[in-house]
Write a protein that binds this ligand. Structure first.
Ligand SMILES: Nc1ncnc2c1ncn2[C@@H]1O[C@H](COP(=O)(O)OP(=O)(O)OP(=O)(O)O)[C@@H](O)[C@H]1O
Ligand SMILES: [Mg+2]
Length: 247
């Protein structure tokens, strides 16, 4: 059933708890997110900007169900449970996927690209070997690499090609939503621009919804439909990207 919002974040707050001296020390609670509310429509690219340490990555991790939070997050009407049953977590993993800043850190350097791309399908036990290999070829084509790249080891790829493989891995399970956390920030200007265009093309071709976390405002204005500005764990303002770009 189609829902109006692809992603609905309602009153989400989060507090990290750490211990002052190892596990015996005093517990220190550090509030990071404070009552975040965001609605993202299907196929919308939503930008999240704000100073370092304001909680952008933490919010991304909440959406991915990787950490506990208060409040509610729905993806296409289905509630994300941060500490839900393994089966539910798997189902949610198919709906929402992430691309991170450092492609080299996300990929095992000695594995071949084809093996890595196939991995999500193996983990989720989807399709026969033949079907999985066909999907790997399709995804390579989608991310702008030819089929020969599946036999290349990760350490034989350029940083831009590695990021394309990371994006491919994220797309293998046909997610509805991608969280791109500083996914172009570590790349140099021209490679970053190519990856940004790839996100645009994927959005246009697949109707993918995306949360794009970034520092570079030009990139965010270029890619995103709407933007939220965060500060110290709160949303300061949110609105159409065009309105921000005019300022
Ligand atoms: N695992 C953790 N335990 C305790 N505190 C954490 C943890 N992870 C992050 N923090 C703190 O939470 C705050 C928000 O961190 P977060 O990584 O979400 O910021 P960010 O907005 O993504 O910053 P950047 O733009 O630098 O990536 C920071 O003050 C950080 O020190
Ligand atoms: Mg971050």
């Amino acid at each position: 059933m189609a829902h109006e919002s692809l992603l609905s974040i309602r009153g989400v707050s989060n507090t990290y708890v750490s211990h002052a001296w190892g596990i015996v020390g005093k517990r220190i609670a550090k509030p990071v997110l404070d009552n975040i509310n965001i609605e993202i429509a299907p196929g919308e690219i939503f930008g999240l900007v704000g100073e370092s340490g304001c909680g952008k990555t933490t919010l991304g991790r909440c959406i991915l169900g990787l950490i506990a939070y208060e409040g509610e997050i729905f993806i296409d009407g289905v509630k994300q449970e941060s500490r839900g049953r393994a089966k539910r977590r798997r189902e949610m993993a198919r709906r929402v996927q992430a691309v991170f800043q450092d492609p080299a850190a996300s990929l095992n350097p000695v594995k071949r690209a084809g093996w890595l791309l196939e991995e999500p399908l193996r983990v989720h036990r989807l399709g026969s070997k033949q079907e999985r290999l066909k999907r790997v070829d399709e995804i390579l084509d989608l991310v702008g690499l030819d089929a020969s790249y599946k036999d290349r080891r990760v350490n034989e790829l350029s940083v831009g090609q590695k990021q394309r493989i990371c994006i491919g891995c994220a797309l293998m399970l046909k997610p509805e939503l991608i969280i791109a956390d500083e996914a172009v920030s570590a790349l140099d200007v021209s490679v970053g621009a190519q990856i940004l265009n790839l996100f645009r093309d994927l959005h246009d071709q697949l109707g993918l919804g995306m949360v794009f976390i970034g520092h570079n405002l030009n990139q965010v204005y270029y890619l995103c439909d709407r933007i939220a500005v965060m500060r110290e764990g709160r949303i300061l303002e949110q609105g159409e990207a065009a309105l921000f770009a005019e300022r």
